[in-house]
Design a protein around this ligand. Structure first.
Ligand SMILES: Nc1ncnc2c1ncn2[C@@H]1O[C@H](COP(=O)(O)OP(=O)(O)OP(=O)(O)O)[C@@H](O)[C@H]1O
Ligand SMILES: [Mg+2]
Length: 258
C-alpha cells in the first residue's frame, strides 16, 4: 500500500497486562476508503488493538498515525474529534432513550451548544437541535430503521439494535469506523443485511472501515484486506483469497478449536 493511501498506521505496538503480552510488535494499516478486517482466534489481541487505536489504553511501545498525524499520545476524546469512532463487542444502547435519541448522541462532536443555550433555549440551541435530529433521521433511514424512530431502543429486536449502533456511530460523520464484532449474536440473514450496510458505509458514505469479526463469510465477502493476529502477533496480511489459503492461518484457527 502506498503511503498516500493509508489512513491509519500502527507500528510495532506492544501492550502488556501484568504477565500477559497482549500485543507484541503489531503493525497494522488501514487503507483510505477500504474495509480492512482484523481477525484471529479468541484472545488474539483484536479488541486490545482497537483500544490502543482509539486511545482507551496506552501502548507500552509503538506509534500510531492517523491521517499522517502522530496520535500516539493523544487522549481518546481528541482522537474521536479527529474523526474516528468505534463500536463495542458488547452491544450498548442507551436504555432510557428512544431510537432517534440514541442516534443523536452520536453527533455530540458536531453540534456544540452550551449549557446556557440549552437552559435558555436560545435560537442557536433550536437550530442545532433541529440539524442534529435531521442528521440522525438520515442515518436511521440509511440503516433501514426510520419507521422505528420513536420506539424505545430496548424494544428493538437484538439484530435491529446492532443496526442502531451503526447508525449512531456514523451520525458523527467519522472518517474511520472501527467495529468490534458487529455480527456477534446475529443469525445468517441478519448478518448478510449487516454486511450490506457496512459495505455501503464505505461505498456510499466514503468512510474507512476496520472490521473485527469472527464470522468468516462476512469477512471474506466484504473485506479488501485482512490482517490476522494470533497470540498478540501478526501472522498474515493479504486479500481474502490469500488469507483463506494461508496454511499458518488455517493452523491458528484449527489449533484454537482444540
Ligand atoms: N484489561 C485487561 N487486563 C488483563 N488482561 C487483558 C485485559 N484485556 C485483555 N487482556 C488479555 O489480553 C489478551 C488479548 O485480549 P483481547 O480481548 O484483545 O482478545 P480478542 O482478540 O479481542 O479476543 P475475542 O475474540 O475473544 O474478543 C487476552 O489474553 C486477554 O485475556
Ligand atoms: Mg475481542
Amino acid at each position: 500500500m502506498s503511503q498516500d493511501n493509508i489512513l491509519l498506521a500502527c507500528s510495532d505496538i506492544f501492550v502488556r497486562f501484568g504477565g500477559v503480552l497482549a500485543l507484541s510488535g503489531v503493525s497494522f494499516e488501514a487503507g483510505k476508503n477500504a474495509i480492512t478486517a482484523l481477525i484471529g482466534p479468541n484472545g488474539a489481541g483484536k479488541t486490545t488493538l482497537l483500544n490502543v487505536i482509539t486511545g482507551m489504553i496506552t501502548q507500552n511501545k509503538g506509534g500510531i498515525e492517523f491521517k499522517s498525524k502522530d496520535i500516539s499520545d493523544m487522549p481518546a476524546h481528541i482522537r474521536s474529534r479527529e474523526g474516528m469512532v468505534r463500536t463495542f463487542q458488547n452491544l450498548e444502547v442507551f436504555a432510557h432513550m428512544n431510537v432517534l435519541e440514541n442516534v443523536m448522541t452520536g453527533a455530540y462532536n458536531r453540534y456544540q451548544y452550551s449549557v446556557l443555550d440549552s437552559i435558555f433555549k436560545t435560537p442557536g440551541y433550536f437550530r442545532q437541535e433541529k440539524q442534529c435530529r435531521q442528521a440522525a433521521l438520515d442515518k436511521l433511514k440509511f440503516v433501514g430503521l426510520e419507521k422505528e424512530w420513536d420506539h424505545p431502543a430496548l424494544d428493538l429486536p437484538y439484530g435491529r439494535q446492532r443496526l442502531l449502533e451503526l447508525a449512531r456511530a456514523i451520525c458523527g460523520e467519522p472518517e474511520l469506523i472501527l467495529l468490534d464484532e458487529p455480527a456477534a449474536g446475529l443469525n445468517s440473514r441478519e448478518t448478510r443485511a449487516l454486511g450490506e450496510v457496512i459495505a455501503s458505509i464505505r461505498q456510499d458514505l466514503g468512510i474507512t472501515v476496520v472490521l473485527v469479526e469472527h464470522d468468516m463469510e462476512l469477512v471474506m465477502s466484504i473485506s479488501d484486506e485482512i490482517t490476522v493476529l494470533n497470540f498478540g502477533q501478526v501472522i498474515a496480511k493479504g486479500s481474502p483469497r490469500e488469507i483463506q489459503n494461508n496454511p499458518e492461518v488455517i493452523e491458528a484457527y484449527l489449533g484454537s478449536e482444540e
